[in-house]
Ligand binder design. Structure first.
Ligand SMILES: [Mg+2]
Length: 313
């Protein structure tokens, strides 16, 4: 039996189904029956050597991350995750001490607990082998709630900028052990008025700038209010860069950055309705661009620095 047949056999035995799946894994295509909601679709491609190093991490963590980053994008849209499609290009020689088949199964073993936690069915995908590195591509689907999708375009002048959790230094582990803020986004979107949102994948500064540009506004960050993670402080001790710079630019935090009307923002910060802290870190202004405001109130331009994929010239 070839690898794909063996893997599909394992998948049939190990992937839970669900009411969404009208025709499950194993046919030419999946058939989903989403009911009456809009469908939200996102996809993400992870490549060994670029997004992870297989000799320094476990394939389970890679699987977890590959699904986690997709769920984080669904969270940013305030969509409830429903299904995922997993495509693998596996090195013919396997990797991380596993045979090719076991490498694939390990990837799925990393995805399954996260899929279960968020009610996601893995509904299909494709599996190939080749002479290149491991490539994992996941497409995730979600459905909007009654309040519709949360987009990047709705920020208004006077909105407050709220962020979940704390930022910076994700390279010490959180960049792989992604905790997508799905429940948090759904709760906030359901109980409060949110104007716009984005997940912080490439760094607070860059993603705040993107949110502003998409909404046609400017963004001011109050630097002394930014929640700096323990990891950012740890990294700062090692490399001498200020911890706050790590919080601004490291990326892969996978926290939510939200533009929220001032009244609702005040309520959220007072009530703290999530398991993670929510912090007010700034304001939406009319003047385009990204700005920083010091403790003394002085406003100056801030570089939208962060992680961006480089193309070879
Ligand atoms: Mg995103």
């Amino acid at each position: 039996m070839n690898l794909e047949a063996q893997l599909v056999e394992w998948l049939r035995a190990n992937l839970p189904g669900g009411p969404l799946l009208e025709v499950p894994l194993g046919d030419d295509a999946a058939v989903l029956n989403p009911g009456t909601h809009s469908i939200v679709v996102t996809t993400d491609l992870l490549t060994e050597g670029v997004d992870f190093l297989l000799d320094q991490t476990s394939p389970q963590l890679v699987g977890h991350k590959a699904l986690g980053v997709n769920l984080s994008d669904l969270a940013a849209m305030a969509a409830r995750p429903t299904a995922a499609f997993v495509s693998l290009a596996l090195p013919r020689t396997g990797g991380a001490g596993f045979s090719t088949l076991d490498l694939a199964i390990e990837l799925y073993r990393g995805m399954l607990p996260l899929a279960h936690k968020h009610g996601v069915v893995i509904a299909g995908g494709d599996t190939n082998t080749w002479d290149g590195p491991l490539v994992v591509s996941i497409t995730a689907l979600g459905e909007t709630t009654q309040r519709g999708p949360l987009t990047r375009t709705g920020a208004e002048v006077g909105d407050r900028l709220l962020v979940t959790g704390s930022l910076g230094g994700s390279i010490l582990g959180r960049h792989l052990a992604v905790e997508p803020r799905v429940a948090e986004a759904l709760l906030l979107h359901g109980q409060f008025t949110l104007h716009a949102g984005i997940d912080i994948s490439d760094g607070l500064a860059l993603d705040a700038w993107r949110l502003g540009e998409a909404s046609g506004c400017g963004m001011v960050l109050d630097l002394d209010r930014i929640p700096v993670s323990v990891d950012a402080h740890e990294l700062s001790q090692r490399d001498g860069r200020p911890a706050r710079e790590h919080a601004l630019a490291d990326g892969e935090d996978f926290e939510l950055l939200l533009a929220v009307p001032a009244d609702a923002a005040r309520q959220i910060v007072e009530q703290q309705p999530l398991d993670v802290p929510v912090t007010d870190i700034g304001e939406v202004i009319a003047e385009r661009g990204l700005w920083q405001r010091s403790a003394t109130g002085q406003k100056t331009p801030l570089q939208p620095q962060g992680w961006q994929h480089q193309a070879q010239a």
